[in-house]
Design a protein around this ligand. Structure first.
Ligand SMILES: [Zn+2]
Length: 482
């Protein structure tokens, strides 16, 4: 099947998780884990006689985001009613913003530069309220029943819409990762919270039409959902079947998309300016103040890591793509000043161990000073690189000091020439064929060194072992050949 040109655009919804209260009422934002329908009040439930009041901090946070994404902020903006009937909105409309005729979203334009160097343009940024959460019983396409929990209803959301500038599922993931890092650096968002970032994706293949995918819950899912959709659409196109312009639902459990509805048009929502909230006029003073207080963002931080600390560009990219990891790196750097070595440990073995332990950087028990101790032990040749992996894993899981793990597991590096010569002798006796091969084949030398490493469970000084092996081979060669 020929690879077709793919165009992907995203519509990302991010909760402003640092806020204390919802967008238009004083209900708290820590709804997660609360019994259903207990985090609500007459305002967010839209009861007659109540009026919404804008949370000023939400506006400030949204402006910070718009500035960080290089968007043009509207000096005059207002909210719009998006009318629709659905159980996830108690009022039968959502207070949102609109980009069409008669609308004035908070900001337009802007861009994000991905780690692969690609620039993705932003179309608009707006502020709106989060709908309630529907909990489906059964699967979406087999007549499910749905329960509704309004605890989330009215939480402040920032909607970020991109142009269809991404050309692969991987780029969509890179975009969400970069966005998450930017929002976390701004201090307005915590991506670890379940459902804090959700997105819809639109995708079109060359010769096809635009299809929208709803219900993508994370940057890990976005890649899967888009991969599925590319395969599905390519199959249809290659068989000459027309692709329907529709909205599909990503079923995370079954990892497929299913048809939800044929696309409604914007007019169906009967947008009109929200009469219960006054328009917002933003002054230069206010915008300048927000701009002045913007914290350091990932791109600038990356530059500092590379230019000031001397970290490689590749390592710096990985570090700043997760604010918590970049913060951890800087804390470690206070105890250990070889920045490049430190960064390599963190983006390499440290992340690999986190992954295999299924832990997040936020759960690690190990302290920055302990990481520094481990690196110093490696510098002092107290343990081998191989043993260091074992020690690191234990440190991450338990928070124990590296020295005590080395003691307990007897992981001190073996660098006694006598002891290693004895082991090499044993290996030579046990592997005569490999010894012969080693005279002409580099791979066999690796094998012999590997055998000694195995016998010592990775504790032997590998450089010294190799030296002894080569010495012994050198002695053998003239005898045999002669
Ligand atoms: Zn409320």
């Amino acid at each position: 099947m020929a690879v077709k040109t793919v165009k992907i655009g995203l519509e990302v919804h991010c909760q402003l998780t640092s806020l204390k209260s919802k967008l238009f009422c004083s209900c708290p934002t820590d709804y997660r884990g609360k019994p259903p329908n207990t985090n609500i009040c007459p305002v967010c439930m839209g009861e007659p006689g109540t009026l919404p009041v804008l949370n000023k901090e939400a506006l400030r946070s949204a402006i910070m985001i718009a500035l960080a994404l290089h968007s043009d902020i509207s000096r005059f903006t207002y909210f719009t009613r998006k009318n629709y009937f659905y159980p996830d909105m108690a009022k039968n409309f959502q207070i949102s913003q609109y980009d069409g005729v008669g609308g004035a979203p908070l900001a337009k334009g802007g861009y994000v530069v991905l780690n692969n160097g690609k620039t993705v343009r932003i179309r608009r940024i707006q502020l709106e309220e989060d709908p309630a959460r529907l909990i489906y019983e059964g699967s979406i396409d087999t007549a499910p029943s749905a329960l509704v929990d309004y605890n989330r209803h009215g939480i402040a959301l920032v909607e970020i819409v991109t142009e269809p500038d991404m050309s692969s599922p991987e780029e969509a993931r890179l975009f969400l990762q970069k966005l998450r890092s930017i929002l976390e650096h701004l201090g307005v968002f915590d991506g670890e919270l379940e459902g804090a970032m959700r997105c819809d994706a639109n995708i079109s293949l060359e010769g096809g039409v635009r299809v929208e995918i709803k219900n993508i819950s994370s940057y890990k899912e976005v890649e899967r959902a888009l991969m599925f959709e590319i395969t599905r659409q390519s199959n249809l196109l290659s068989r000459g079947i027309k692709i329907a312009r529709e909205t599909r639902f990503w079923d995370e459990r079954r990892r497929i998309t299913v048809s939800l509805r044929t696309k409604e048009t914007e007019e169906d929502y009967r947008y009109f300016p929200e009469p219960d909230l006054p328009p917002i006029v933003l002054t230069d003073e206010f915008l300048d103040d927000v701009k002045r207080k913007l914290p350091m963002l990932p791109d600038e931080r990356r530059r500092v890591f590379v230019e000031k600390y001397g970290v490689s560009e590749q390592n710096a990219d990985v570090l700043v793509s997760d604010k918590a990891l970049a913060d951890f790196f800087e804390k470690c750097l206070k105890h250990y000043d070889k920045a490049q070595e430190l960064s390599s440990l963190l983006v390499g073995d440290f992340l690999a161990q986190l992954h295999s332990l299924n832990m997040s950087i936020r759960d690690v028990k190990v302290s920055p000073s302990q990481i520094a101790k481990l690196l110093k032990l490696l510098d002092d040749k107290v343990l081998t690189g191989l043993s260091a992996k074992t020690v690191l894993r234990e440190m991450i899981a338990t928070g124990e000091d590296p020295e005590s793990i080395i003691q307990k597991k007897e992981l001190h590096r073996i660098s006694s020439r006598d002891m290693l010569t004895e082991l090499v002798d044993q290996v030579f006796t046990m592997n005569p064929k490999a010894v012969e091969d080693a005279l002409v084949n580099e791979k066999a030398i690796h094998f012999l060194v590997g055998q000694v490493m195995r016998m010592t469970r990775g504790k032997a000084d590998p450089t010294l072992v190799r030296e002894i092996v080569e010495e012994k081979l050198g002695k053998i060669e003239p005898n045999r050949v002669g």
